[in-house]
Design a protein around this ligand. Structure first.
Ligand SMILES: *Cc1c(COP(=O)(O)O)cnc(C)c1O
Length: 396
């Protein structure tokens, strides 16, 4: 599966030397990454580098909406009407009426007053966090938050303290010890943790945040469209009204591209006025906006579709003796990078695409297969995956 390393020119400049030696040391640790050409079809069928079809159990396309005919048609219609690119930042001339509809739809699904759409989830996090806190302020974050939250925290130059994963008592301790020394305070969590598939205790954290005059923000990248009847982690955990900042992406269950913040109107207005990654970047291609809007309409109207990925994940986990999943993500911890890559290769030979996640994406020694389930997986494919994993000894 690995590409042969392209021979580089015989230059002896320090830049090329740096790149080569850095790549060699990553290669040694099995941490070098390679791109493969992937052709994705419906029902999670795909081919890699023109090879035989594989069933993907690795996508974040939890509802299969990226290839849904209605969503693709909406993308085409938006491109026909508004063009291939936005032409400028949304605040210049890159805004159009589909954006308003999309933001209203997100706010409705999230149960907030308003929403701001960004170019991506990554851009949302690096824009929102520094707009709300800065030097002299405090951030309390779960130790496993997504890497783009780390980027946003660094840019904010606020003081950052981490609590142990999903440990509300530890978060409370940090707040008691430090909150009073700082101005504003943000509490940052992922609604669903992408590498483990577990859910943040948002209700307890939301109450804690209120007690300490802190603002809770959840990153719902893996929760919108998958839990809480599609609304996400706040609804799922009974924390409606306790999470004033709900961000997420339109690139996973929504099947398109873009990021968002759902919040009260004044907060959204401030973000649109001040977040640098909202202002100084070009608006989304109109096709992405049109596709996201259609996909959210499907999420709102098709409860059965939304419920299916979790049901499949539960069936798979139960059959292999793994802990019952709360989300469509099922991790199977393997250990070393080499073993995890080997397991992924073996599954590929059996017709399944399951990516091995390795450090630094996951902690050292916890390289894993991460199975994710989609509404468009066929029952027969899930059954065959279960049988294959059993035969290969991939189980609890
Ligand atoms: C994927 C992901 C993001 C980034 O979203 P993009 O729209 O792909 O940039 C942010 N946070 C979490 C938790 C994610 O899993």
């Amino acid at each position: 599966m690995q590409q042969s390393q392209k021979t580089s020119p015989n230059t002896a400049d320090s830049l090329t030397d740096f790149a080569l030696s850095k790549l060699a040391s990553l290669e040694e640790k099995n941490q070098r990454r390679y791109l493969v050409d992937t052709k994705r079809e419906q029902a999670m069928t795909m081919s890699v580098d023109g090879g035989p079809p594989l069933i993907s159990f690795t996508d974040n396309d939890y509802l299969g909406l990226s290839t849904h005919p209605d969503v693709v048609a909406a993308a085409k219609a938006a491109a026909d009407e508004y063009g291939a690119g936005a032409g400028a930042s949304r605040l210049v001339t890159g805004n159009h009426s589909l954006y308003r509809k999309l933001e209203e739809k997100i706010a409705t699904i999230k149960g907030t007053e308003d929403a701001a759409v960004f170019g991506s989830g990554y851009l949302a996090n690096v824009g929102i966090i520094p707009t709300l806190v800065g030097p002299g302020d405090l951030i309390i974050a779960d130790e496993l938050v997504h890497t783009c939250i780390h980027a946003g925290m660094t840019l904010s130059r606020a003081d950052v303290k981490f609590f142990k994963h999903n440990d509300v008592a530890h978060a409370a301790e940090l707040l008691s010890d430090h909150r009073k020394k700082f101005g504003k305070c943000l509490i940052l969590v992922d609604g669903v943790y992408s590498m483990d598939g577990d859910i943040a205790p948002l209700k307890a954290l939301g109450l804690l945040a209120k007690d300490h005059d802190a603002w809770l923000m959840s990153d719902d990248a893996h929760a919108l469209g998958t839990i809480g009847g599609g609304s996400g982690s706040a609804k799922e955990t009974g924390a409606e009204g306790l999470v004033p900042l709900q961000m997420g992406t339109l690139s996973k269950a929504v099947g398109s591209y873009g990021g968002y913040l759902a919040a009260a109107k004044p907060v959204v207005d401030l973000i649109k006025t001040r977040a640098r990654s909202f202002i100084y970047t070009t608006g989304l291609p109109p096709a992405a906006v049109g596709a996201a809007l259609k996909a959210l309409e499907l999420i709102e109207s098709d409860a059965e579709m939304v419920a299916r990925p979790l049901k499949l994940a539960q069936k798979f986990a139960y059959a292999l003796g793994l802990p019952a999943p709360e989300t469509p993500i099922v991790p199977l911890i393997i250990g070393t990078e080499t073993e995890a890559l080997a397991a992924s290769d073996t599954l590929a030979k059996a017709g399944f695409k399951v990516i091995a996640f390795r450090p630094p994406t996951v902690p050292e020694g916890t390289s894993r297969l991460r199975f994710s389930f989609s509404a468009t997986h066929r029952d027969a494919d899930v059954s065959r995956l279960i049988e294959t994993c059993k035969t290969l000894g991939l189980r609890a």
